[in-house]
Design a protein around this ligand. Structure first.
Ligand SMILES: Nc1ncnc2c1ncn2[C@@H]1O[C@H](COP(=O)(O)OP(=O)(O)O)[C@@H](O)[C@H]1O
Ligand SMILES: [Mg+2]
Length: 281
């Protein structure tokens, strides 16, 4: 895969920008001086502060930050599920003001309907968008095959393991062919082994589907393994503090996780986190 990157990110955030020799892919998702203030019982709470970023077409970018720093809040704005208090998020220059079919979202828990089969769960967005179900059935099966669930289309969620259910959630987010996939700690509820396997699978899915992915996590190794770039958020109120370009070759395999270069990048990020009052895992 060609080297990607660009230098427009993070203008408003005093972040260090690693922009050497970078050409600029067409940005898909942008956030401009975004802020979110919640009105809570303790008064106004600023969850996201002056956050700016740009994610290029086809990039895999992770946002890494300690718990409570505003990652999900930002993702909800990008998904059109939450209105920002200031600034804006835009998809190809168009302000995101509500949920839209060109954005797919995967949450921490797949929230599948227990009474519906895997195939029926996967086709929920098609029903919601009032598109012809029949035309998407074969796509559903292709995607299920891609994630190793070809023989599970007729199964019910309770018959699947946690990892399998999360894969169904990913397929459901891809079924209507969105250009951008937003993933909010999708593997957080899985055991360590499954989580590692899911990282490998997600890389394959990303390769095969050519989507732009914004992946939110608080796992440093996961972010480094998967990403072209890692954006580090500071503790609450969240803003982007640093950008790290991950120049590890692709495709990446499990062996890479034992390499010194991988360890060096993880260590560099860990050091940044150690300077925060709250630490990432
Ligand atoms: N609906 C809400 N009302 C009030 N405060 C909220 C709400 N949602 C989140 N927060 C607060 O905003 C901050 C950021 O939350 P969140 O975006 O969920 O963080 P993260 O995903 O990084 O763990 C936290 O302090 C959290 O308590
Ligand atoms: Mg969260």
């Amino acid at each position: 895969m060609a080297e990607r990157g660009y230098d427009t990110v993070l203008r408003a955030d005093q972040a260090r920008i690693h922009s050497d020799s970078l050409e600029m892919p067409h940005p898909i998702l942008t956030a401009e001086t975004l802020s979110v203030v919640y009105n809570s019982s303790r008064g106004p709470q600023k969850a996201v502060d002056n956050l700016s970023l740009a994610i290029g077409d086809g990039e895999f970018v992770s946002i890494l930050g300690p718990s409570g720093c505003g990652k999900s809040t930002f993702l909800n704005v990008a998904a059109g599920l939450l209105q920002p208090s200031g600034g804006r998020a835009a998809l190809s220059g168009q302000t995101i003001s509500g949920p839209r079919p060109d954005i797919g979202v995967v949450f921490q828990r797949p929230t599948l309907l227990p009474w519906a089969t895997v195939e029926q769960n996967v086709l929920i967005p098609i029903r919601a968008l009032r598109r012809p179900i029949q035309q998407y059935r074969s796509r559903a099966h292709e995607l299920l095959e891609m994630v190793g669930l070809k023989d599970h289309a007729g199964h019910y969620p309770e018959e699947l393991s946690g990892g399998m259910q999360q894969r169904v959630g990913i397929v459901r987010a891809l079924i209507h062919d969105p250009s951008l996939l937003l993933m909010d700690e999708p593997f957080a509820a899985l055991d360590a082994m499954t989580r590692e396997r899911m990282s490998l699978e997600l890389q394959d899915i990303w390769n095969a589907s050519q989507k732009t992915v914004l992946f939110i996590t608080h796992s440093i190794p996961e972010a480094v393994f998967l990403s072209d770039r890692v954006l580090i958020m500071s503790p609450s109120p969240g803003r982007i503090r640093e950008e790290i370009v991950i120049d590890l070759p692709r495709p990446r395999d499990a062996e890479l996780m034992g390499s010194s270069k991988y360890a060096e990048i993880c260590g560099r990020i860990r050091k940044i986190f150690s300077q925060f009052p709250e630490k990432a895992q």
